[in-house]
Ligand binder design. Structure first.
Ligand code: NAD
Length: 749
């Protein structure tokens, strides 16, 4: 696991190479083996210096998240002691009097980079794929191996902030430019250069600040900057965090975080506190401060939920764990898209970027060319940003054929339909496309609401018919919701999953129903926004409460984006379909509001510059001032600034999240979703559902199923059936079950 060889010159090369894994990770086994090695090399008088490296293609990927997820953190003091051990081990490297060099051969992230920071010198191999950084914040944590203390002491608080708070992976060149890495050398020279640094004649000597009084000076190479006499944190006058410049930095930083996160995430706040408090303390005390904040985050359900969904859930989805077995992998070369509008052109862009040939068909040449022009514009943006060479752009665009001729679909393994959301138009397009396709090819619809089984009635081969629901803007949105119709074959599902993987999107698989999963839950969210507005809650309060609940946009702003007339059309179609089927239309109670906005006021949303917001040509959008005239505000609520308003705010936040969570649970009960994880991954990636909850199903677990049911019952009584809990939840509550209880123990196994 940890190999240690000492050469004739007294240089120990410590190599991480965990058996049975493609990546090294920090877990109990590797850390105790590494700890014993550190102790040995420090004690061994023959060892003069240490090179730390890896036997894998990458250095160390970070902490073993499965271990973190399964860790029993119920006893705070004990957890604190456990995680302090890591800090002590890293500190032993720094204070043992022997120089350590990190020879970073590949990616080193999280704890894997913190171990490098605990080395006295860092050399990276020139490897364009290698990344370093501290991504912990993205899963609700902070760097708990000294990162919040060493990085600002190395490069100053201003430069450390994006590394710690944004969690971006940095190419090694960037890290060197920032001062986090000392040197970059050709990969083949990495170990030799590390040894040469250790073997160079000793220069300056210093008495480290951690040494006992009267201790002799030692080679400065074995002493970290912060352990040298007179060390000052860079960036502030006198290195003082409480200098006016320092205080200003932290005030600005905290304001920026609050602005970006609306106070939803505990991790960025904890990171700021760690840095602010830690930089005022001696280094060892600062590390204890960091451990304390780390443990507090680890004990908070936010981190566990985020790790479960945004790491493991995402990983499972991307590995296609839902792919039916026994179907050969489909290698795609040429695909077709019919409908070169907003969605079709977007799907074409990501497909051609993934190396595919794309046939783009629309009603006439001009419409098809418009779609191709969109692709060209997207590729031009990449060239402009330096992310694509001009000749690659030309070659990529040359793979697109824009035409009104369906015959061009010959030779396509898959055609995606993205024409108007109209059953008759889609049926005609299906027939014309299939006439040009090889018998085994897949036909996929990008419909956002129409049930796939019904659309497949127009198909001569419904087993090859499937839903591939993309999100707008396709270039940015990572999710594809795959909808399996009643007659869709497992083979078609498997091959469609291969396509989604090929274009580097994340799939979830759902069963057929109106609105599937994401559109339906999105509708529930927007619908609750409408109800709140009708009840007299001020529009600004609705929108702000949504942000404070962790949603990326308020329900009214979202409705403007997806178009209010579309909401009206969906409502109208649902009503007509129910009537045609002889069923009673269960209204939402906000039909009159949609009717007013669309039919009387012609406020369709952003697309015509008039919706719940106004969109002045020369400025930022703002809530339509006349909203209150049409939907009078509850005066008490508008004027009150006290406790009642605060309580109302909390209730609005809760309603906006719970209405989505309860509908997601209904999707599980109705077998639209077959796995809670799809609900979680799909809600965060597709709807931006409050990521701090781990997703719409994880939220229910976080609250506790019984508690969630009780709260929904009370909301249903006050506000309506949108909060009516499905039997599934009531049964789970009665049995004391949770969605992920069993999975947490799987991770522990
Ligand atoms: P759009 O109006 O931008 O594009 C539709 C395109 O289809 C137009 O270019 C039109 O000329 C073309 N078209 C219409 N009839 C045709 C025919 N008979 N033959 C060939 N081409 C034809 O619409 P859009 O927003 O791209 O939506 C397309 C589909 O994607 C709809 O089913 C919609 O529900 C779905 N969808 C939209 C979004 C969104 O956010 N806009 C998101 C997910 C799914």
């Amino acid at each position: 696991m940890i190999d240690c060889k000492v050469d004739a010159d007294g240089i120990a090369t410590v190599t991480w190479d965990m058996p049975g894994r493609t990546m090294n990770v920090l877990n109990q086994d590797s850390l105790s083996a590494y700890g014993a090695t550190v102790e040995r090399v420090l004690k061994d008088p023959a060892v003069k210096g240490v090179i730390l490296t890896s036997g894998k293609a990458d250095f160390i990927a970070g902490a073993d998240l499965e271990m973190l997820l399964a860790a029993d953190v119920s006893d705070a003091a004990q957890t604190m002691e456990e995680f302090s051990r890591l800090q002590k081990m890293f500190r032993a490297m720094e204070t043992g009097g022997k120089p350590f060099v990190a020879a970073i051969n590949g990616t080193a992230l999280g704890g894997g980079f913190e171990i490098c920071l605990a080395c006295h010198y860092r050399i990276a191999a020139a490897n364009p794929k290698a990344k370093v950084g501290q991504p912990e914040v993205k899963i609700g944590l902070l760097p708990g191996g000294g990162g919040t203390q060493r990085i600002p002491r190395l490069i100053g608080v201003m430069n450390a902030a994006p590394v710690l708070l944004e969690g971006k992976d940095l190419p090694v060149e960037t890290a060197k430019g920032m001062g986090l890495i000392h040197e970059i050398v050709p990969a083949g020279e990495l170990l030799a250069r590390a040894k040469a640094w250790l073997m160079a004649p000793a220069g300056e000597k210093v008495v480290p600040t951690f040494a006992a009084k009267g201790s002799p000076a030692i080679d400065a190479r074995a002493v970290q900057p912060w352990d040298r006499p007179g060390f000052k944190v860079p960036g502030f006058p006198g290195g003082l965090v409480w200098s006016p410049a320092g205080v200003q930095t932290f005030i600005g930083g905290n304001a920026m975080i609050a602005g970006k996160t609306w106070g939803v995430y505990p991790a960025p706040k904890a990171i700021m506190s760690c840095v602010y408090e830690g930089l005022q303390l001696p280094f060892d005390s600062a590390l204890r401060v960091e451990t304390r904040y780390f443990v507090s985050l680890l004990r908070d359900p936010v981190a566990k939920s985020m790790i479960r969904t945004l790491f493991f859930g995402l990983q499972d989805a991307n590995k296609l764990t839902r792919r039916p077995k026994g179907v050969a992998k489909q290698e795609y070369k040429r695909i077709g898209i019919v409908g070169a509008g907003l969605m079709g052109a977007g799907i074409a862009t990501v497909s051609v970027q993934a190396g595919l040939e794309v046939v783009l068909v629309d009603r006439d040449q001009a419409a098809a060319d418009k779609g191709k022009a969109h692709i060209a514009a997207e590729l031009d943006k990449l060239v402009w940003r330096g992310r694509m060479a001009k000749d690659k752009r030309d070659a990529t665009l040359a793979r697109v054929t824009a035409t009104p001729d369906y015959a061009a679909f010959a030779g396509c393994d898959l055609v995606i339909e993205a024409v108007f959301e109209n059953r008759e138009v889609k049926a005609e397009v299906t027939k014309r496309t299939e006439a040009a396709l090889a018998p085994g090819a897949i036909f996929a619809s990008n419909t956002s609401t129409l049930p796939i089984t019904g659309l497949a009635e127009a198909s001569a081969r419904p087993a090859n018919f499937i839903g591939l629901h993309f999100f707008s803007p396709v270039e940015k949105m990572p999710l594809v919701e795959i909808i399996v119709g009643r007659k869709t074959s497992p083979e078609t599902l498997a091959r469609s999953l291969d396509f989604v993987q090929k274009i580097r999107k994340t799939p979830i698989v759902v069963n057929d129903s109106r609105g599937f999963f994401t559109s339906r839950v999105c509708g529930a969210y927007i619908g609750e926004g409408h109800r709140l507005l009708k009840e007299g809650v001020p529009a600004a309060m609705i929108e702000n409460c949504a942000r404070m609940a962790g949603m990326p946009v308020g329900p009214l702003a979202l409705n403007d984006e997806v178009a209010i007339d579309l909401s009206w059309k969906i409502m109208d179609q649902t009503r007509r379909d129910a009537e045609a089927a002889g069923q009673k239309y269960e209204g939402s109670g906000t039909e009159d509001m949609l009717e007013l906005m669309v039919k009387k006021l012609e406020r369709f949303g952003r697309k015509n510059g008039k919706g719940f917001y106004d969109y002045p040509a020369d400025g930022k959008k703002r809530l339509w001032p006349d909203l209150a005239r049409h939907f009078p505000v509850d005066r008490d609520l508008a004027l009150d600034e006290g406790l009642a308003k605060r309580e109302k705010e909390l209730e609005v936040r809760k309603r906006l999240l719970y209405v989505q969570a309860v509908d997601t649970a209904r999707c599980l009960e109705a077998n639209v979703l077959t796995d809670p994880q799809d609900g979680d991954v799909g809600s965060i990636l597709g709807l931006g559902f409050a990521p701090q909850t781990g997703g719409a199903i994880s939220l229910i677990d976080q609250v506790g199923v019984a508690q969630f049911v009780a709260e929904c019952d009370s909301l249903a009584q006050k506000y309506g059936t949108q909060f009516a809990v499905p039997k599934l939840l009531r049964d789970m509550a009665a049995k004391g079950q949770s969605f992920y209880g069993a999975r947490a123990s799987k991770a522990a196994a």
